[in-house]
Design a protein. Structure first.
Length: 253
């Protein structure tokens, strides 16, 4: 077995064990060097979500914990260390992996670029600023004298988006002649320090000052605004804040 690989190698490995050919779209390869040609008809895939290997013991709960079962498995059976973050799972370099990206690449057997990376590339090649939907909305806001509202995750590291995407939209709005722009910030990427929120808001305000456009009018945690588990009480709080202005009001900031 190869000593190292990536999550995209799992599907080809499973197919190899089952004696099935990999899909032509798969760019990963079997971690097992020899062809097994269906020596096993049954296979159990167990995902230890969140488990990782790191030689640095400091702040490493897994390395500091007593893990006799995993120690036995790693010592007694063939093992391969798999890349599960950053570019290996279609995320920006240095970005921690997550369940969504991990599970997708385990099954796909090839790297699938995240929406965030696609947006980053669109900004880089300038096609972002030609997006017909963005242009139509901005034109409508300008022609009707309405404010443009921008909402979304505000972070440098979230897999769901980047503060740079917001900045690109603000630049685009300025270029398209928008005169009133309101930002609804959603904070709190998993794993970020609580105080990071204030730094992000400050960066938005600094950007708004530089281009003379934009104002942060609401702030809410992603726990409420981006819930995906049908906790409608959380979504309701977000809705009422955005539509009715409900929530703790802060003045003089």
């Amino acid at each position: 077995m190869r000593k190292r690989g990536g999550l995209i190698d799992i599907a080809p490995t499973i197919l190899n064990i089952l004696g099935l050919p990999p899909s032509k779209q798969m760019t990963g390869s079997s971690l097992i060097k020899q062809q097994l040609f269906g020596t096993s008809k049954r296979l159990l895939l167990v995902i230890a979500d969140g488990w990782g290997l790191n030689d640095n013991v400091a702040n490493n709960l897994i390395a500091r914990a007593d893990t006799p079962v995993m120690n036995h498995l790693m010592k007694s059976y063939p093992m391969s260390i798999l890349r599960a973050s950053g570019e290996a799972v279609g995320l920006p370099p240095g970005t921690v992996g997550n369940s969504e990206a991990g599970h997708l690449h385990i099954g796909a057997g090839r790297i699938t670029f995240s929406d965030r990376l696609k947006i980053d590339q669109a900004i880089k090649d300038k096609s972002f600023y030609k997006n017909r939907v963005f242009l139509d909305i901005m034109t409508k806001a300008k022609n009707t004298g309405k404010a443009l509202h921008l909402m979304g995750i505000v972070s440098f590291f979230s897999s769901h988006g980047s503060i740079e995407h917001l900045f690109a939209l603000m630049d685009m709005a300025k270029k398209e002649g928008i005169t009133e722009l309101f930002v609804h910030a959603m904070l709190g990427r998993r794993g970020e320090m609580p105080e990071s929120g204030s730094r992000y808001i400050k960066k938005i305000e600094e950007k708004a000052d530089r281009i003379k456009l934009g104002k942060v009018v609401s702030v809410i945690g992603r726990y409420w605004s981006m819930d995906r588990e049908e906790n409608w009480d959380r979504i309701n709080k977000t809705y009422r804040m955005l539509v009715y202005g409900e929530g703790e009001k802060i003045t003089g900031v």
